[in-house]
Design a protein around this ligand. Structure first.
Ligand SMILES: Cc1cc2nc3c(=O)[nH]c(=O)nc-3n(C[C@H](O)[C@H](O)[C@H](O)COP(=O)(O)OP(=O)(O)OC[C@H]3O[C@@H](n4cnc5c(N)ncnc54)[C@H](O)[C@@H]3O)c2cc1C
Length: 292
């Protein structure tokens, strides 16, 4: 039996993935599955394991490029309330992996807790953001993480504590397929001061990003003590373009997908930029964008 027959109420077959991503490009998923409970999710994972069907997790699609061809296997998205809850106990917040990062930040600020407010304006789910250790010079999400509950390929629940987690430049070592929930420990602070920091972070972030109406994503991780954008400019690739994919004039580490852009255009542009930066500066840029 196919996944669509085993889980008919939560599975869409040949579902276009473009609308689920920030770039709004890419091919369809063979199966898009949106489980309603943790048990249902575990049963999806065990079925995929038994049938040797590949599983991919989809968050908000903000650090994701879906190729133009169909994506084989199961794409799982955690949109049900079981995966988006937020609970709070003193300085600890537990957030479901499928919930929006923005909701978590707003919740923490309302409780007068500091630590997440400078991440305001970053798009994504809690799970995707922790997997990609989102942040900037003002801080990274991994700093506040105390515990991550994951599901293994076989649907087993496992808890990884702070000591068992490693976060680095826009990546983590969490390689289990599902981040189910994350526990953060934050500090108490005067609410007005937290709010002020949040507003300042918002203004700074929006000024450094492509314009909000543009579909754009970041391409590369910043190498130690340098920024990818500066290296790209130094390599003479400012505003480089492949068909309708163009580097943003506001920040060269973002690619803007003008109407009609394909995933192939973006991958070709990223390859060209990487090669030129290596030739001109000797630095090998590491791709931040996840590609399916
Ligand atoms: C305009 C723009 C500006 C950005 N600026 C920044 C920035 O300043 N700093 C920064 O760090 N990032 C930035 N990003 C990147 C992006 O915001 C983050 O990486 C984002 O938080 C990823 O979350 P997501 O839910 O969208 O994940 P997705 O893009 O959907 O997925 C990313 C990866 O995480 C995995 N994943 C998603 N959910 C789960 C889960 N529950 N369990 C396990 N794995 C999961 C996916 O399989 C994929 O491998 C920017 C993106 C955009 C579009």
């Amino acid at each position: 039996m196919s996944l669509a027959e085993t889980f008919p109420e939560i599975t869409k077959r040949n579902e276009p993935l473009a609308p689920y991503t920030h770039l709004k490009i890419g091919g369809p998923a063979e199966f898009l599955i949106q489980p309603r409970s943790v048990d249902e999710l575990r049963s999806v994972l065990t079925t995929c394991q038994t049938q040797q069907v590949p599983v991919r997790m989809l968050g908000g699609g903000n650090n994701l490029l879906v190729r133009d061809d169909p994506v084989p296997g199961a794409v799982v998205q955690l949109t049900a309330p079981a995966f988006t809850m937020i609970e709070w106990d003193g300085k600890r917040i537990t957030a479901g992996g499928g919930g929006p990062l923005f909701d978590l930040i707003a919740f923490s600020v309302r409780q007068g807790l500091t630590g997440l407010e400078t991440l305001v304006g970053l798009r994504g789910t809690v799970g995707g953001s922790v997997r990609c250790n989102v942040g900037d010079r003002s801080g990274e999400i991994g700093q506040g993480v105390r515990q991550v509950t994951v599901l293994t390929e076989t649907g087993k629940v496992q808890v990884r504590t702070q000591e068992e987690l490693n976060f680095s430049e826009h990546q983590s070592d969490i390689d289990e397929p599902v981040i189910l929930n994350v526990v953060f420990e934050l500090e108490k602070a005067p609410a007005a001061a937290v709010l002020k920091r949040m507003r300042k972070a918002w203004i700074l972030r929006k000024a450094a990003e492509p314009l909000s109406f543009q579909a754009a994503v970041r391409l590369f991780r910043n190498p130690p003590a340098q920024t990818a954008a500066t290296l790209i400019d130094r390599a003479g690739m400012t505003k480089a373009r492949v068909n309708n994919a163009e580097l943003s004039e506001r920040n060269s580490n973002y690619v803007v997908a003008h109407p009609g852009t394909t995933a192939t255009d973006i991958l070709q542009l990223a390859d060209r930029v990487r090669t030129r930066v290596r030739e001109r500066t000797g630095v090998d840029l590491d791709r931040e964008l996840h590609v399916w």
